[in-house]
Design a binder for this molecule. Structure first.
Ligand code: KG4
Length: 402
């Protein structure tokens, strides 16, 4: 009887290890949840982040003005295992291996990681040194994202799942961004909602009936909003990533000296789609018609950054509010790297108040790519289903509809 009770209590805890490598951030996280029951809401008190770590490659990609996929893949290979070990250690899940190691399985892992030899060498040492940790599942981002990067994280997940015999789940990166607001305490979210995911690779408007039920209603036809920040920052010589750099310069703007005028692409079209490449071109044309002295002047950079930010924010907010009103949404949920933008948050708060819509946005700690949002999604979304390590694969175009 006692033994049974202990087993029952032990089984209540669900520990998930998550892996995020969709772009240029390597993320590992370990989250514990009090039970494996999926509810229709997420309560901050129902889970605990035991450990999380993100390694950013931004400075490495800076000279290229954007993410260089083969370099990103190489960095993921290098960073994944040290982050994994440090998170397991922090979660007190690292135990010495007293059983020796399974050579047959190691050979299987070697074959599995033949495209990631560096990853194989480091994970082999982990299998030799440490015992299977008390983890119930491994959640991996399978898309959307850069295919070589996604595969690096997936391959680590497959190797761990196969060697330690742990369930694997495939997670949509965008669903992670949508749920990222719940990683810190927030007010109760009322549904239906409209989610706006704005990052370097995606700009999507998603109708949300409840957690796990999504319908894509609009997306960018060309560049993503973050990409527009990055590309225009590059024109102005501000480095990568551009969003933060543009915000910094825009905050210093005082008044117009150059009368820069930028378009708001697709703002008045009936659909919920976006387009940002025309805005980038307009910035380039304006920049080219200036003298070298003007191009590098403090006033020009500040005014241009202010106008770029304003144009992007206006389009994002106009379309999102319109989508929310059209679908009678009670809440707007924001997610993705661009939601770190303070001006965007300020304007959204203002417009949501006017239109009586709840506005939910993530803590800046979780706006960029991170593995905690992936672990959280695997614990709370009905879309997170077990998949075998033989079947899991990257889907660089993974759509959110479901
Ligand atoms: O979600 P994220 O970390 O990566 C993916 O693209 O998946 O988003 C990165 C994007 C970059 O384009 C970066 O310029 C943008 O988020 N970003 C910002 C800010 N901080 C990062 N954009 C505007 N304002 C910011 N403060």
């Amino acid at each position: 009887m006692i033994a049974e009770t202990i087993f029952f209590v032990y089984n209540l805890n669900m520990i998930v290890l998550s892996i995020e490598t969709s772009c240029d951030d390597t993320g590992i996280s370990i989250i514990k949840k009090a039970s494996n029951k999926k509810k229709k809401s997420i309560d901050f008190n129902d889970f605990e982040i035991l450990a999380e770590s993100v390694s950013s490659q931004a400075s490495l990609h800076s000279p290229y003005g954007g993410v260089f996929p083969s370099l990103a893949k190489r960095e993921h290979q290098k960073n994944l295992v040290p982050l994994l070990v440090s998170c397991l250690k922090k979660s007190k899940l690292l135990k010495p291996n007293k059983k020796g190691f399974d050579i047959k399985k190691i050979l299987k892992v070697k074959k599995l990681l033949e495209k990631n030899p560096e990853l194989f060498e480091s994970i082999k040492l982990v299998f030799e040194k440490y015992a299977r940790p008390d983890i119930n599942k491994i959640a991996v981002t399978t898309g959307p994202g850069l295919e070589p990067c996604l595969w690096t994280g997936i391959n680590l997940g497959r190797a761990l799942s196969m060697y330690w015999d742990i369930h694997l789940v495939s997670i949509n990166h965008l669903e992670g961004h949508i749920l990222s607001s719940w990683l810190t305490p927030i007010e109760k979210v009322e549904f239906p909602a409209i989610a706006l995911v704005v990052s370097g690779g995606n700009t999507q408007l998603i109708q949300m009936q409840e957690i796990g039920k999504y319908k894509l209603i609009g997306e960018t036809k060309d560049d993503a909003a973050g990409e527009c920040f990055d590309k225009t920052a590059r024109i102005l010589g501000l480095g990568y990533p551009g969003g933060g750099a543009i915000r910094k310069e825009a905050s210093k703007y005082k008044n117009d000296k150059f009368n820069i005028s930028l378009p708001r692409p697709m703002i008045h079209e009936k659909n919920f789609d976006f387009s940002f490449s025309g805005l980038k071109t307009a910035v380039l044309y304006d920049f080219k018609k200036r003298t070298k002295k003007e191009q590098t002047s403090k006033e020009y950079i500040e005014e241009m950054c202010f106008k770029i930010e304003k144009a992007i924010i206006e389009v994002l907010i106009h379309k999102t509010i319109k989508a929310a009103l059209n679908t009678k949404a009670k809440s707007i949920l924001l997610g993705g790297g661009v939601s770190a933008n303070k001006e965007l948050i300020k304007e959204f708060k203002k417009q949501c108040k006017i239109n009586k819509i709840n506005f939910i946005y993530p803590n800046t700690k979780f706006t960029g790519d991170n593995a905690s949002m992936i672990a959280l999604t695997s614990l709370f979304s009905p879309n997170a289903k077990n998949i075998t390590w033989q079947k899991i694969k990257a889907n660089s175009n993974y759509k959110i509809n479901g």
